[in-house]
Design a protein around this ligand. Sequence first.
Ligand code: NAD
Ligand code: IPM
Ligand code: MN
Length: 336
Amino acid sequence: MRRLCVIPGDGIGAEVTPIAVAALRILLPELQTVEALAGWGCFVEHGCAVPERTLELMRECGAGLFGAVQSPAHAVPGYRSAILTLRQQLGLSVNLRPVRSRPGISPRPGIDLMILRENSEGLYIGREHMTSPDRAIAERQISRQACEILAQRAAQVARQRQTKRITLVHKANVLPLTCGLFRDTCRAVLEGQGLHAQIDERLVDVAALQLVEQPENFDLVVTTNLFGDILSDLASYWSGGLATAPSLNWGEGIALAEPVHGSAPDIAGSGRANPIAALLSAALLLRYHWSLPNEAARLESAVEGFLQEAGGVDFGTQTTERVTDGVLSRLGTLQG
Ligand code: NAD
Ligand code: IPM
Ligand code: MN
């Protein structure tokens, strides 16, 4: 029996997750779901952004769907973005972020790339301190073990996608120890996998330019945590923007699907939240974690078919409703 822990979070997170759950229920009628708390609202009410119970439920289910959470712009003692705690506590060590041209919403066709982001370390270890009132230091951790896990996952994804080119993205000219260890470890693991793929590398600045100029030249991009964060937002332009960008936080026997976007306080409650990123994140859970490629393809086809017919998603105050109706009704008829 498959179980799913649903963590709606704040703002539009709570508006888009029920739609992705509805899609999963059509595809997997026996799916059991349980809801769990996390985020800023949870912190305000319960004094904790990720309650222990949420971690327990995630571990019990082994699979989750996260909406989005809000973070205040100023530091609040005891508060850290819930998604960071979930990634760290649950060993969700890599993050899959595909970018594909989609009919009606992409600036141009023919783009199909995957960013595989290290999800546990780099500048995200949260070690920042002031050495004086005028100097702040952040530490960046790169470990051989995390790079090996990332590269092994990259090899798995490369086989599944029949990847022709893997691009390691780093900044080893300035950070020879951390980025050097990342590049050398990933390369050694990937070269030992017998893949039919060219293993390439790029400095992150030129990779950013080339993702703008020639996104078709990228296939599987493997990079560190912060570079992956930035490049995945940039590359999401090609799929139609943040509202269409899915991701999967992926660990050993556990995964948490998560749209790349945030809680969008500017549109929360207005009916304008687009559920496509959440729906496509659920498809990643189906394909990569539950190994259900046919169900994943059905969900992706329902989204594509809807976009093809609608020619876009700018429906003003009816976006959530119209995308939901369009995709879920298609999913019903695509069944079997
Ligand atoms: P955001 O992604 O929430 O919004 C950026 C812009 O994109 C906004 O104009 C928003 O209306 C629009 N947008 C985003 N998702 C959309 C959707 N599904 N449909 C339609 N429009 C959409 O980023 P932000 O404004 O920088 O951050 C808002 C809050 O979200 C902050 O508190 C930030 O910390 C948090 N955040 C959380 C996550 C997460 O939980 N994974 C990710 C990013 C930002
Ligand atoms: C993302 C988000 C998070 C990150 C934030 C909300 C901590 O931007 O999932 O890309 O930086 O990883
Ligand atoms: Mn981000």
